[in-house]
Design a protein around this ligand. Structure first.
Ligand SMILES: Cc1ncc(C[n+]2csc(CCOP(=O)(O)OP(=O)(O)O)c2C)c(N)n1
Length: 279
């Protein structure tokens, strides 16, 4: 049972991540709000509770790794890395600008980023390699990787899924952000992949399904996944794309949409209301 104090603390972190998303996106610029905000709770749990990290040394060999396979949602990772102190806050305003540190997709020049991603389907292969290398080095670290549901149509991903099962990669936990919407519309209309849980199980993975906005459920699934021996695990996160921004929820227009001044102000107001509710 996860303590109420911890849940409250991590809810506060998830809220801070969403404020950081707004700072990153700003007014009048395109930004991946939808698929970033669907991950806020999971990213908060990983970076502020579960992952073993050394804030003074982001490259510590004993760190846990997080590979964001759905690299277009980099903003949610930047939102967390800045809170860990991996780069100065001023960088948030310079995202995607010449001379800025933060690229539109994850890049190895950014402290805390483990892999270059953005071409969908590659992050799981990278993660399997990392997990195997850590096993060879007899390191107790875990590798976490986050995929999207639209991304599930990439063939390379299933090759990686088979190899992870074949090599019994049990130091790897994957997440599937099942927000049911991809870039241009509902995933089931763009490229339908029914029974994702059944597919992953049939590929030899241990499958957990949780409410991806419920911090207690996420923590419990991560802990159960860490106990699984002899096979990799995947946690399917039932989420809402654009979560906590009413105009963006379940709305493909905010996959990589632009916030005008009115929408930005509304988004801020909605987060402020949530903040007041957390007190
Ligand atoms: C190989 C490849 N093909 C196409 C794209 C363009 N693209 C960027 S995001 C996206 C949709 C991804 O949907 P999903 O995985 O569900 O992400 P989420 O909705 O969670 O943001 C696509 C097709 C890409 N980045 N890589």
């Amino acid at each position: 049972m996860v303590s109420a104090t911890l849940i409250k603390e991590l809810k506060g972190k998830a809220l801070q991540l969403r404020y950081n998303l707004l700072e990153l996106i700003g007014v009048g610029k395109a930004g991946h709000l939808g698929g970033s905000s669907s991950l806020a709770e999971t990213i908060a749990v990983l970076y502020f509770h579960k992952m073993n990290l050394d804030r003074q040394n982001p490259k510590s060999p004993d760190r846990d790794r997080l590979v964001l396979s759905k690299g277009h949602a980099a903003l949610i990772q930047y939102a967390a890395l800045v809170e860990l102190g991996y780069f100065p806050r001023e960088e948030l305003k310079k995202v995607k600008s010449l001379g800025g540190l933060l690229q539109g997709h994850p890049d190895l020049s950014i402290p805390g980023i483990e892999a270059v991603t953005g071409s969908l389907g590659q992050g799981l292969s990278i993660s399997v390699g990392m997990a195997l290398a850590l096993r060879l080095d007899k390191k107790a670290c875990r590798v976490y990787t986050v995929m999207g549901d639209g991304e599930q149509s990439e063939g390379q991903l299933w090759e990686a899924a088979m190899s992870a099962a074949n090599f019994k990669v049990d130091n790897l936990t994957a997440f599937l952000d099942w927000n049911k919407i991809q870039a241009t519309g509902p995933t089931k209309e763009v490229f339908s992949i029914p029974d994702l849980a059944g597919k992953w199980a049939s590929f030899g993975w241990e499958v957990f399904s949780v409410n991806g906005h419920d911090i207690g459920e996420i923590i419990e699934a991560i802990e159960k996944a860490a106990m699984v021996k002899g096979k990799p695990s995947i946690i399917i996160l039932d989420t809402i794309k654009g979560k906590n921004f009413s105009f963006a929820e379940n709305n493909a227009a905010y996959h990589n949409g632009i916030l005008d001044e009115a929408k930005f102000a509304q988004a801020m107001k909605e987060l402020d209301a949530q903040k007041a509710g957390l007190k």
